[in-house]
Design a protein around this ligand. Sequence first.
Ligand code: WT7
Length: 635
Amino acid sequence: MSNYHIKHLEEYFKVYRKSVREPEVFWEEIAEEHFIWRKRWDNVLSWDFSKPEVKWFEGAKLNITENCIDRHLRTKGDKTAILFEPNDPNEEAQHISYNELSERVNRFANVLKSKGVQKGDRVCIYLPMIPELAVSVLACARIGAVHSVVFAGFSATALATRINDSDCKMVITSDGSYRGAKTIDLKSIVDEALEDCSGVNTVLVAKRINSDINMVDNRDEWLQPLLDAASDDCPVEVMDAEDPLFILYTSGSTGMPKGMVHSTAGYMVQTAYSFKNVFQYRNDDIYWCTADIGWITGHSYIVYGPLSNGATTVMFEGVPSYPDFGRFWEVVEKHKVTQFYTAPTAIRALAKENLEFVDKYDLSSLKVLGSVGEPINEEAWHWYNDNVGKKKSPIADTWWQTETGSIMIAPLPYVTPTIPTYASLPLPGIQPVLMDENGKEISGNQVDGRLCIKYPWPSMARTIWGNHQRYKETYFSAFEGKYFTGDGALRDAVGYYRITGRVDDVIIVSGHNLGTAPIEDAINEHPAVAESAIVGFPHDIKGNALYGYITLKETGEGRDHDNLRKEINQIITEHIGPIAKLDKIQFTHGLPKTRSGKIMRRILRKIACNETSSLGDTSTLLNPEVVQAIMDNAL
Ligand code: WT7
C-alpha cells in the first residue's frame, strides 16, 4: 500500500516507525510511485556526516519540471497551476493553467538558451512576486541552469554580494515592482549592483510597472519580445539526481551569507511528500502560501511542492496591509482558499488591528492553517486559531530551515492533535535528537536540549556554494556525526517537540538558562504589549541581566511607563519566575527586523551592551531607521 498520503494517526505512527527502521525503503517507495524518472537510481542513499557527503537516488536521471508540469498536462492541462493575485485588488487575478504554464516555461527556457545559458550556469533572479518569477525559476530548472533567487527587497550591495559569490552570468529582473501604495525601482538597484559584478553579461527585464527605465546597450533586453519570438517547445535537460537545482542564500550569525546548494532528486521527492501531508492537499483545493519566492518557503511551498502534486498555488504580489488590513482575508474569500500558510510576524501584526478586518469576510473555505519562520507565541496562536480558523482549522506549526529544504517537524492536520506553540512530531523520514552541552544525546521525554538530526533526509542542502569547509563547520562539527540545527527544543511527555528558539539566544542569568522566547511570550500576554525582544547584557552579580525592548499597542500608548514596567515584570514573575524579570525595559516604536520578519537580536544586544560602534551592516534590515531611534533612547 502506498504510504504517500497519511490520513490517520495510527497510520502516521506505523509509517514513521517504518521510516526509521528502513529509511531507504521508505523513501524509495515514495520516489518510485510518484514521479517520472528518465532512469532509475542505482543506489538510494550513501552518506558520511564526517566529510560531510550525502547522496540520494544516485544514478537516477530526471528533470524536475517534467514532474512539476509535463506529466500533469494530459489529465490536468486546464487546471489552474498558478493563481496570481496582484497587488491592486482592482486588477484582475490571473489563472495560469498547467497548459499555459508549460508554454510559458518552455518559451522562457528557450530564451535562456538563446542567450547562451547552459546546464550548470548560475542565473540570478531578482523579481517581485509576479508570474515571471515562478516561470523563470522553472525555466532554469528545465535547462539545468542553477537558479539563485535573491529576494527583491534586498539592497544593491546585498544583491551584488550574492551575484558575485556564485558567479552568475545573467540577471532576470523587472522595470519595477508594486508594494502596497508604493512602487519600487528595481532596475536601478540592479544597475547599481552590477557596477560591482563584472561576470554578468545579460540582464532580462520583465515589464510590470511600465516605468521609463534605463536600458544598458549590449546588456539589457526586454523579456517579452524575446518570449514572443521563442519556440514553445524546449526539451528538458536530463539531470543527474545530485546535480544542483538551486542556490539560496541565508544569513549566518557571522560573516558572508551562505549560499545553500540544493540538489535535484531528493529535494523534489521530499518537498512533494511533505506538501501533500502537511497541507493534506486534495485535488480541488486552492492552496496559498503568503511567503515570497525569494525565501525557501516560497521555493518549496509555492513552486516545487505544490506543482509536483499538480496543485493550484496562489501567488500574491501584495502586502497584508494594502489597501487595508483585511487584504489577506479578502483574498481568502475571493479565491475560496483552502490552505493558508503564513508567518507569526504577519499574524501578530494583523492581531493588533481591529477584528472587523477579519470578521467581514467569509473564511469558511479554510481547512488548514500553517505557520513558519519562528516560534509562534501562544497569544498569536490563539488569535489565529479563534479568528481565522474559527477553531475548526488545525494549525500546522511547521519547523524547518533553508538548509533542510523541506518541513521537518509539524503536525499533520486532522491526523496529529495540535498543542499551541508545539511543532509536535517529526515527519516520516526525519530523526530529530536532543543533545546536551557535553555532546551527549538526551533520551527520554520531558527534556530539553539542542536540536540535531541524526540521519540524512533527501532534501538537505548538500553544501555551501564555494565553501564546503564552512558547511562542515557550521552544521556537522558541534555534535559528532549529527546535523546541528542551531535551535533549542524541548520534548514533552508524549514526545512532542517545541522549538524554543536559536540557542544563541539563550541567556544565562545567575546560572539559570533562560530562553528568550518564553519570556517574550509572557510579556506579550500583557494587554498593552504588541511585540517584545529580550537580550542579555553584562551584570556584575548575575553574570548577565535581561534587557527588554517593547513595542506597545495603540491602546497602551498613553500609559505611564513605570507602571507598565512593574506590570510586565509581574507577568514574567507569574509565568516564569522572578529570575526572569527584566532589569531594563525600553519602550520603542519598532524592532529591527530582517526581511523575513525575524527580530535582529544581534543589533539589540549590541545596543544593550553599549557596543554601538560595531553594529555591523544594518542595510539589509526591513526597517534600518528604527535602529537609530532605539540607540538614542537606550537605557
Ligand atoms: C530558523 C530557520 C523554514 C522557512 C523559514 C525560515 C526558525 C522556522 C519555525 C517554527 C520555531 C522556527 C528556527 C530555524 N523557525 N520555523 N515553526 N518554530 N522556529 O527559514 O530563515 O532558514 O530560518 O527559523 O530558528 O532554525 P530560515
